[in-house]
Design a protein around this ligand. Structure first.
Ligand SMILES: Cc1ncc(COP(=O)(O)O)c(C=O)c1O
Length: 367
């Protein structure tokens, strides 16, 4: 049996006519940059995220970058974040000339261990970037408490977490800014790169909007030094067309996760399965932990099961961050997770037979 980690075609065939029509409409209009399709998408995604404003951005990475630009983050500033994330989280901080300050993860949720944040605050701290990893939100009450006590902004990296909820509040709606990604492997995906900044603050939304178009409010008159961070109309049209399906896809992912949990329990496999601690985990990834992870991954590959390691090297040990001076052992939970975690296929279209096969292959490896 073949079980790919992600089968984009399996989703596309179910909504082909809607996606093709959305693309055709943009091509017919020949309005490719910003315009009505992007505005429609911004309104729809902001409403879905329960935020007042949405600003379409070229990618999730650029969404993080433009929020840091909006806060005038630069050399000498420190930004607290997690080392167990995609590179963009810390990369965007370093690109602004600021210093990423890492807080280790809680080994149960893989999100920032919020009890450690306060000890990392200094007079240079300007922001906290919690990441809602795999689709489960970080402990936002604790993050906001520290941030408010020290007057620093919170930029939620919600790239993997559109529609996730913490105490009834959606990803991106709690901090000062929320950054979303429409990268093709995300739950709500475009047909290329795309992203959005969501916020409830009118002034912050306006600043991000100006910065995404080279800092010009009026064409050729540059108030600020921004960049080209515009969301393309084709991506916006596809994302808007897919949005009505998102809750159904999320429900299917949650169902698949529960089924895996049960199958792993029944099979008595010595792997740890994800712990759900928040109201609505949207399962962008379903990640197990076990010994001999690399050999397990090889075995699954030979058996036709696609997997991925998110992420094999924690950010504090990346070569490009050697100048920060972290040594192995500095953030042990992140380092252990990087050695032991493995993401399994969890897409909405995963069949029961495929899920049973995946669990059987994992069981076979550990027998
Ligand atoms: C946690 C996290 N942050 C940021 C990003 C960057 O998003 P993008 O790939 O749209 O630039 C991603 C996605 O890859 C991500 O998973």
């Amino acid at each position: 049996m073949n079980v790919p980690l992600l089968d984009l075609k399996a989703q596309y065939v179910t909504i082909k006519s809607e996606i093709d029509a959305a693309i055709a409409e943009v091509v017919e209009s020949q309005r490719f940059i910003l315009g009505p399709k992007v505005e429609e998408c911004e309104k729809a995604i902001a409403a879905y995220s329960r935020c007042a404003y949405g600003v379409g951005i070229s990618s999730g990475t650029d969404a993080l970058l433009v929020c840091l630009m909006a806060e005038n983050i630069g050399a000498g500033d420190e930004i607290i974040t997690t080392p167990y994330s995609f590179f963009a989280t810390a990369g965007s901080i370093a690109r602004m000339g600021a210093t990423p300050v890492f807080v280790d993860i809680d080994p149960v949720t893989y999100n920032m261990d919020v009890s450690q944040i306060a000890s990392k605050i200094t007079s240079k701290t300007r922001a906290i970037i919690p990441v809602h990893l795999y689709g489960q939100m970080a402990e936002m009450d604790a993050v906001m408490q520290v941030a408010q006590a020290h007057h620093v902004v919170v930029i939620e990296d919600a790239a993997q977490a559109i529609g996730a909820e913490y105490k009834g509040r959606r990803a991106g709606s709690i901090g000062d800014y929320g950054c979303l990604s429409f990268y093709p492997s995300k739950n709500l995906a475009g047909i290329g790169d795309g992203g959005m900044v969501v916020t409830n603050d009118a002034k912050k939304a306006e600043r991000v909007r100006i910065l995404r178009g080279h800092g010009a409010e009026e064409k050729y008159y540059h108030k600020l030094i921004g960049g080209n961070f515009r969301l393309d109309a084709l991506q916006a049209a596809v994302v808007t067309a897919k949005l009505p399906h998102l809750d159904g896809w999320t429900a299917a992912r949650q169902h698949n996760a529960k089924r895996y949990d049960q199958l792993f329990r029944e099979a008595g496999v010595p792997v740890r399965t994800p712990q759900v601690r928040t109201d609505r985990h949207i399962f962008n990834q379903y990640v197990i932990r076990g010994e001999n992870r690399n050999a397990l991954q090889d075995r699954l590959k030979k058996s036709g099961v696609g997997t991925e390691v998110y992420y094999p090297v924690p950010l504090h040990l990346q070569e490009c961050f050697a100048y920060l001076g972290h040594k192995p052992g500095a953030l042990p939970e992140s380092e252990r997770a990087a050695e032991e975690t493995l993401a399994l296929p969890i897409q909405p279209e995963l069949t029961e037979a495929q899920a049973r096969y995946v669990v059987e292959c994992v069981r076979g490896f550990y027998r």
